[in-house]
Design a protein around this ligand. Structure first.
Ligand code: ARG
Length: 457
């Protein structure tokens, strides 16, 4: 008979047992479940709800259970449904009635809320560290390439020359915001739900503050119904992970393009690519492709969780058991990406000459000419028009923008001076952009220095 079997006449149907179990996936919460139970038992004793010796023995036995799970000799069975009942039942197996005192003033509803919060808190710390390593790998590449120039793109068309370092640091910025989002989310996760009971709190004189402190939480949940019903903290986390995945997916796309034969801007280290089983010459950017692909499942996890919660009446509903797989999947997937992507970025090789050649089309400096005219007090719209006419003239006369004489240039840009003819090299274009946040050599160097310092903290 199940642990809750008092009011039941017969055993659960076998298919029902299989259908109902969550142990196959929630067993990974064992550590947090035990951590929570130990704090709960200590508090129960301090409040005189259970004997002190019982609480002490519970702690000892829970440690043993933890060990036996870690060593792989703990028996899991669908009959015991979930990790909470497995651990409690193992405790009662060794302690009898004294073990049966542990669950006083507690429900699996607040227990599972606690376990998930403890689990997510610890996973966020791991993910944050990995994200930081990712930023470090990108910053090191930026540092190595602080004068490497490539074309910057808009609409996937050559737009203006930029520093490769500037392009890489754009992702460092995105990952910084991802980290900030995670740390905001961690604050809302770090709230202690025990004491909510099934939904209405408990008649027993629990000391919630004590448990809160023991477990290192920042605050208590203020509403017991909210505490057992709500999963918005997990939805928020998965949103944050989905945004991160979207960022990785964009970087993946950049990398995939950069190693295509058409771009040929970088070479990835062999250790992070695979070949084709048929075409001997192939070397494919699998990590980037798979990360782009795995982004889809992280979005799926987020959608599953949002949909799971949308129609639920307060408070706990068994549907909520379905929260775990998407949560675990999103976290596992993000961690997998974060373990392979940074080393791939750290070891990739920029083909600096190829990049520079692509950025050396004089047409990429057209904006520089227009802005030069603005300096000469030509209104920008008129300047834009004059340069447009100049580009058209060059096109019709089959000349590169930098292959005209001053007289030819003045046909469309009457204000042009000899200086205009010298403005077509990409280095010059970069050097003219020393505005804070722009792609100038010094501006980007300052950003590299900023990140190196920040990431060392
Ligand atoms: N396995 C359940 C879950 O993950 C634990 C809570 C069960 N509560 C209940 N009243 N059946 O949600």
């Amino acid at each position: 008979m199940a642990m809750w079997g008092g009011r039941f006449a017969i055993d659960t149907d076998r298919e029902m047992t299989e259908f109902s179990e969550s142990i196959s996936f929630d067993k990974r919460l064992y550590k947090y479940d035990i951590q929570g139970s130990k704090a709960h038992a200590t508090m129960l004793a301090a409040q005189g709800i259970i004997p002190t010796e019982t609480a002490e023995q519970i702690a000892v036995e829970l440690d043993k259970i933890e060990q036996s799970i870690e060593q792989g000799d703990f028996t899991f069975t669908a009959k015991l449904e979930d990790i909470h009942m497995h651990i409690e039942s193992a405790l009662i197996d060794v302690m009898g009635d004294e073990g049966a005192r542990l669950h006083s003033g507690r429900s699996r509803n607040d227990q599972v809320a606690l376990d998930i919060r403890l689990y997510l808190r610890s996973e966020i710390a791991v993910i944050d560290e990995l994200l930081k390593s990712f930023q470090t790998a990108l910053t090191e590449q930026a540092d190595k390439n602080d004068t490497t120039i490539l074309p910057g793109f808009t609409h996937l068309q050559h737009a203006q020359p930029v520093l490769f370092a500037h392009h890489l640091l754009a992702y460092v910025e995105m990952f910084q915001r991802d980290r900030e989002r995670l740390s905001g989310c961690a604050k809302r996760i770090n709230v202690m739900p025990l004491g909510a009971g099934a939904l209405a709190g408990t008649t027993l004189p629990l000391d919630r503050e004590f448990v809160c402190q023991q477990l290192g939480f920042n605050a208590l949940t203020r509403n017991s119904m909210d505490a057992v019903a709500d999963r918005d903290f997990a939805i928020e986390l998965l949103s944050d992970l989905a945004i991160f995945a979207m960022h990785v997916s964009r970087l993946s796309e950049d990398i995939i393009l950069w190693c295509s034969q058409e771009f040929d801007f970088i070479e990835l280290d062999d250790a992070f690519c695979t070949g084709s089983s048929l075409m001997p010459q192939k070397k494919n950017p699998d990590i980037a492709e798979l990360s782009r692909g795995k982004t889809a499942r992280i979005y799926g996890d987020l959608m599953a969780l949002l949909t799971l919660c949308k129609g639920l009446p307060l408070t706990y509903n068994r549907d909520l058991q379905e929260d775990k797989e998407p949560i675990f999947d999103a976290i596992d997937t993000v961690k997998k990406i974060l373990r392979v992507f940074p080393p791939m970025v750290a070891t990739m090789n920029a083909k600096t000459e190829k990049m520079l050649a692509a950025a050396s089309d004089p047409a990429l400096m057209a904006t520089d000419l227009a802005e030069k005219l603005v300096e000469l007090k030509v209104p920008f719209r008129n300047a834009h028009h004059r340069i447009g006419a100049f580009v058209k003239w060059c096109d019709e006369n089959d000349k590169a923008l930098n292959a005209v004489t001053l007289e030819e240039m003045q046909l469309t840009i009457p204000e042009a001076t000899a200086e205009f003819l010298t403005m077509f090299d990409p280095q010059g274009s970069i050097a003219r952009r020393e505005l804070f946040g722009a792609t100038g050599f010094k501006a980007v160097r300052a950003q590299i220095d900023f990140w190196q310092k920040k990431l060392e903290e």
